[in-house]
Design a protein around this ligand. Structure first.
Ligand code: PXP
Length: 255
């Protein structure tokens, strides 16, 4: 059996900015959180510059790009303004997500099938600029097939419905959502896509999903920032990495 490839942890620091913005000042500083997460073993940092700037702000992205030593994953809606900001920031990667102003968080996946014509030129611009594009989609056969046709190198599977079903104790829904993720990851890999996953993950779900060898990266934020209130961000990153290593079956690897 071939050894599974390592699984990267991208730490999403949006909600450090949510807390900062609650008082309108500079603290807590999301860049400091990014540096602490990297120090503790994060493989990259994710931040979502929303159109309403409710958490991360433009200057946070500029500072993250300048100050962190690991890849920056710039999450964004595929709007003309945001494309220009991302191209000027030159992050390692962008993750294109749907955005609705009224939503509390990114509720569903991007409808790449319905928005094919609008997304194609955006993906082409990032490809030309050497910025890796990821499409945040549900683990749905049609969405995955269109994502591959759009020539995006990466998809991120939306794990929110699976995680919510587990939290709600809805075991039947959790089982069917899990099967969708398992099949979607295999289909995407066979279509030549690099597969990432994220949304709503905690230690237990990260450990479970780490067992899927097709998945190369998990992006996790809200749960980790909440845990960090009790044990500190460094300890949270170390515990998350340990859960991922256990799930991956790399029990001898250092966490
Ligand atoms: N991946 C994407 C594309 C997201 O939009 C989010 C939420 O910002 C996450 C991962 C992280 O989700 P959570 O904060 O629930 O861990």
């Amino acid at each position: 059996m071939t050894k599974p490839l390592p699984l990267r942890l991208g730490v999403n620091i949006d909600h450090v900015a949510t807390l900062r913005n609650a008082r309108g000042g500079r603290r807590p500083d999301p860049v400091r959180a990014a540096l602490a997460a990297i120090e503790a073993g994060a493989d990259g940092i994710t931040a979502h510059l929303r159109e309403d700037r409710r958490h991360i702000r433009d200057e946070d992205m500029v500072r993250l790009k300048a100050e962190i030593s690991k890849p920056l994953n710039f999450e964004m809606a595929a709007t003309p303004d945001m494309v220009e900001i991302a191209l000027a920031t030159r992050p390692h990667a962008v993750c294109l997500v749907p955005e609705r102003r009224e939503e509390l968080t990114t509720e569903g996946g991007l409808d790449v099938a319905g928005q094919h014509n609008a997304l194609a030129p955006v993906i082409a611009r990032f490809n030309d600029a050497g910025v890796r594009v990821s499409l945040f989609i549900a683990a749905d056969v049609r969405q995955i097939e269109i994502a591959a046709k759009l020539r995006a190198p990466v998809i991120e599977l939306h794990t929110g419905a699976w995680c919510d079903a587990i939290e709600d104790g809805d075991t039947a829904k959790a089982a069917s959502e899990w099967q969708r993720i398992v099949k979607g990851a295999a289909l995407a890999k066979s279509a030549g896509l690099e597969v990432h996953a994220g949304h709503g993950l905690d230690y237990a779900t990260a450990e479970t999903i780490a067992a899927l060898p097709e998945i190369m990266e998990l992006n996790i934020g809200y749960y980790m920032i909440g845990e960090a209130l009790f044990v500190g961000l460094g300890e949270t990153v170390r515990a998350m990495r340990a859960a991922m290593v256990r799930g991956r079956g790399l029990l001898t690897a250092s966490a």
